[in-house]
Design a protein around this ligand. Structure first.
Ligand SMILES: [Fe+2]
Length: 431
């Protein structure tokens, strides 16, 4: 990618590597590539500067996370992109969650998934319908409280004009239980001179008072798109009785299954709704989304709550997919499912489509037309090259499997999260 500028601004929050030792084996006259490594990890002590240790969670009583709707009125509304500018996903939750030893799951078919939309606020002439589901978080141990979600709806709107503002209401008009009117803007059409003006990139977001300042900062900068690179709610830092911990990596080592407090997901989505019901958000999984439960099930909340263009991008997976935003082709990769070159892997061959990521990535990269999307940006959760001591070379196996494929296909930028030890900064990219 040499001839095209990328005239967008990216707001990078959370994870910026904290230091770098260039490596004694590399000649000073040349810039070392990551292939010259591994280098000695170098960490800057951020404790003294107050970057860590103050991440206090929003309590469930905070007015920004309490349930504000009645009955089956839409709650936790969000917008996500499909593969191209002519389609978006609208998602929401209807009905409240249940949290008890014994639960009676809601019937997803009992509430319709309808979106009415149009280009004029009071003239929503188009209608789309979608699908709905619930998920459960079940612990087969006495004393743990199980969880059943509200009804989660996903509706794909198609035939949209690029770079166009649409108004919409979602819900079930027959109850009636429709949302207030919201608006989103589609991505510009894909082409070498067509880009979203500003993209916010954030990892390890959580639901703390720091989160509120990060999200406020994002909104003030009016991004056209938000990328959330894993570690969404940190619900797994809670016991099922709602008791939290401020330990980032060592909470509850003695519990038979690593517990979670799933209502944190609902709180997070309510807090985010004013932002992501109008600005599209694209999410990829982090380690905190694993959330193991009975029968070896994992990633249920992550895979159920967000809409992903898995079918549209041919991955058939919630863990990895691709999409276009103007002249950028984004590849969202899964660091916690199989990434092996071999066709079959024991890791995560499951309902979410793990086990075929490498083959899919080969196909997806081969189909990229750089005259249409000159920029190729890859994201995943855990960095391959961080020099910070925490999480150092944690996903080295993924790097070994996939690095050459990304290099040989000329990926321009890689964005990751996970190493939550950095200051927030804005990077203006006029490459
Ligand atoms: Fe992480």
């Amino acid at each position: 990618m040499e001839n095209w500028a990328l005239p967008i601004a990216m707001l990078l929050t959370s994870t910026i590597a904290a230091g770098f030792d260039g490596g004694s084996s590399v000649a000073e006259s040349s810039i070392p590539t990551t292939l010259d490594g591994p280098f000695t990890p170098v960490s800057v002590n951020l404790e003294d500067e107050g970057f860590r240790g103050n991440a206090v969670d929003l309590p469930e009583t905070d007015p920004r996370v309490v349930r504000r709707v009645k009955g089956f009125e839409p709650d936790q509304i969000s917008v996500s992109l499909s593969v191209s500018a002519d389609a978006v996903w609208i998602s929401w939750v209807s009905g409240d969650f249940q949290m008890a030893d014994r639960i009676q799951p809601l019937n997803p078919a009992s509430v319709a998934s309808t979106v009415r939309y149009g280009r004029l606020r009071n003239y929503l002439t188009f209608k789309a319908t979608g699908h709905s589901l619930i998920y459960n978080q079940i612990y087969p141990f006495a004393g743990m409280r199980n969880y059943s979600s509200g009804i989660i709806h996903h509706v794909l709107l198609t035939g949209l004009e690029p770079d166009t503002r649409y108004f919409y209401r979602c819900g079930d008009p027959s109850i009636p239980a429709m949302s207030t009117t919201r608006a989103f803007k589609t991505m510009p059409v894909s082409g070498p001179k067509s880009y979203p003006k500003r993209i916010a990139v954030v990892g390890d977001l959580g639901l703390t008072y720091n989160t509120t300042s990060t999200v406020n900062h994002m909104k003030e900068n009016k991004p056209d798109l938000i990328l959330l690179l894993g570690d969404v709610t940190y619900a797994n830092l809670y016991l099922t009785n709602g008791t939290g911990s401020d330990c980032y990596s060592c909470s509850f080592p003695n519990t038979p299954i690593h517990e979670t407090y799933q209502p944190r997901w609902d709180y997070w989505a309510r807090f985010m709704e004013p932002t992501i019901s109008e600005i599209p958000i694209m999410v990829v999984e982090g380690n905190h989304e694993k959330e193991e439960q009975a029968n070896g099930r994992t990633f249920e909340a992550y895979s159920s709550r967000f809409a992903f263009p898995g079918e549209e991008s041919g991955s058939h997976s919630t863990f990895y997919y691709s999409f276009k935003a103007g002249g950028i082709h984004f590849i969202m990769l899964g660091a916690y499912v199989s990434y092996n070159k071999s066709e079959f892997s024991e890791i995560a061959v499951d309902r979410q489509g793990g086990g075929d990521q490498y083959k899919w990535l080969q196909r997806d990269l081969a189909a990229v037309d750089r005259t249409v999307t000159p920029w190729l940006i890859a994201t995943w959760h855990a960095p391959w090259y961080s020099t910070y001591k925490s999480h150092y070379r944690e996903v080295e196996c993924m790097r070994v499997e996939m690095e050459e494929l990304l290099y040989s296909n000329g990926v321009d930028i890689v964005l990751t999260g996970h190493v939550s030890s950095s200051r927030l900064r804005i990077v203006e990219m006029h490459v």
